[in-house]
Design a protein around this ligand. Structure first.
Ligand SMILES: Cc1cc2nc3c(=O)[nH]c(=O)nc-3n(C[C@H](O)[C@H](O)[C@H](O)COP(=O)(O)OP(=O)(O)OC[C@H]3O[C@@H](n4cnc5c(N)ncnc54)[C@H](O)[C@@H]3O)c2cc1C
Length: 405
């Protein structure tokens, strides 16, 4: 919007910008508020293209050396650079042939099917290693297991991986990205306010007339009048806001993706290279990254930052987090519990994703000047994480600009 000469007013309730895509400095380590400092398709996805080509931000994004390193129990890690290298990740030749000749071709032809990917596999194989492989992949990338994603959404997700390739790390991590965006938007004359909360919307006939916001420090309330209003929150928060605003419209309930993460410090690189490490033999820890292999300034000199991602299997988050820690320390015996910098849990009002992959809601509402963006509204086109957020944002910007034309 800023680039196309439109003025926006952005309110953020926290005392910093970036939400789940920034970091907080602790003991010299850039501890993420959510994202593990990865841009899923590096410079080649919607986010990288928007930042570097469309907006021309002075930001460096370096592609990981490898796509993935598969850590099977009692095996040396298997690394691959290209998408099809995942075939190497299967310990047995018969599994590789099955994946290449049978599984991927039939996945392609079942794009319209709504069965879960777990059901899709059940009809074709009983091999537990194949289930574990795909559960590690979706557990890390999407924070769900394969019973929570449809075969069609899995196909779209694979298509994006194949087309756009491996992740990358921005130098300075996610904070460098959000800081760059904030500066850009300010320079173009839009207004951004921190510690300022949207409390309700006011409707006039069929359209939203104003947004009532509250400064969380001074408690002052003020109204913003605009042509269009864009909400960057989850459907559950949208419904609360609509209810407070006495607007008789609700979003349907969608399943959220939950999960957690650990941050560990280490004097030596644990993964040794820039790669997404995946653990198909694990119940909880599905993946880990070490962004300091690309951006050393995310840790103090001579130190590394290891970030994991784990899934929950029960509603007892504390229990699951303890089991995940045991699993991590078994996977990497060189890590010591006292080197743990942080443990994250993402659920309820702060989930990993506001809707599980493929269950995204539509980005516009029955109210013609009210739109939704964010990770519950990614546009359902196979893009994961912030790639999907960017894709959804671009769709909304196009709709708004075409209206103002
Ligand atoms: C553990 C974890 C690891 C992840 N790893 C990656 C990764 O490596 N790469 C990647 O691309 N993605 C990753 N993601 C996903 C990514 O972080 C999110 O998809 C993305 O940050 C979501 O952005 P958003 O703008 O939709 O939501 P948010 O970042 O949550 O932004 C919403 C903002 O709205 C503010 N807000 C809420 N209510 C109000 C209100 N009433 N008034 C004003 N402000 C309000 C919130 O404070 C928040 O800042 C990860 C997520 C998690 C949790």
């Amino acid at each position: 919007m800023a680039q196309r000469g439109q003025k926006s007013f952005l309110v953020e309730k926290l005392p910093f910008f970036g939400g789940r895509f920034t970091s907080i400095k602790h003991d010299g380590f850039e501890i993420p508020t959510g994202a593990v400092h990865m841009i899923p398709h590096s410079r080649n996805g919607p986010l990288g293209v928007t930042l570097l080509q469309d907006l021309n931000l002075s930001l460096k994004i370096i592609e990981n050396e490898y796509f993935t390193a598969w850590y099977w129990p009692q095996h040396e890690p298997i690394q691959h650079r290209k998408f099809w290298g995942i075939l190497k990740a299967f310990p047995k030749m018969s599994q590789r042939i099955f994946i290449f000749r049978k599984l991927f071709p039939s996945l392609r032809h079942s794009e319209r099917r709504n069965e879960s990917f777990h059901e899709f596999l059940e009809a074709r194989t009983e091999d537990p290693q194949i289930y574990n492989f795909f559960n590690a992949l979706t557990g890390f990338a999407l924070s769900i297991d394969i019973s929570q994603i449809s075969t069609a959404s899995m196909f779209r997700f694979f298509r994006r991986l194949y087309q756009r390739g491996r992740p990358g790390v921005p130098i300075g991590g996610c904070k460098a990205v959000t800081t760059g965006l904030v500066e850009y938007i300010r320079q173009k004359g839009s207004i951004l306010r921190k510690s300022c909360e949207l409390v309700r919307l006011e409707i006039d006939g069929t359209e939203i007339k104003s947004a009532i916001c509250r400064d969380r420090k001074t408690k002052e309330e003020f109204a913003i009048y605009a042509n269009d209003f864009v909400l960057n929150i989850g459907y559950f928060q949208v419904n609360e806001l609509l209810s407070r605003s006495h607007i008789p419209f609700r979003l349907p309930t969608m399943p959220i993706a939950r999960g957690g993460g650990f941050a560990y410090r280490s004097k030596v690189p644990i993964l040794r290279t820039s790669v997404v490490a995946q653990f198909p033999g694990n119940k909880y820890i599905k993946g880990a990254v070490e962004p300091t292999n690309i951006s050393p300034n995310l840790a103090p000199p001579g130190e590394h930052l290891l970030l994991t991602h784990q899934v929950f299997h029960s509603s007892d988050i504390i229990h699951d987090t303890r089991r995940a820690r045991d699993e991590l320390l078994e996977t990497f015996p060189q890590l010591k519990e006292e080197d743990e910098l942080c443990v994250h849990t993402f659920h309820k009002e702060w989930p990993v994703n506001w809707s599980t992959q493929g269950n995204d809601l539509s980005n516009s509402s029955v109210i013609p000047n009210l739109f939704f963006i964010g990770d519950g509204f990614k546009g359902n086109d196979g893009w994961m994480m912030t790639e999907g957020v960017t894709h959804g944002v671009k769709q909304v910007v196009e709709i708004i600009l075409s209206k103002s034309n």
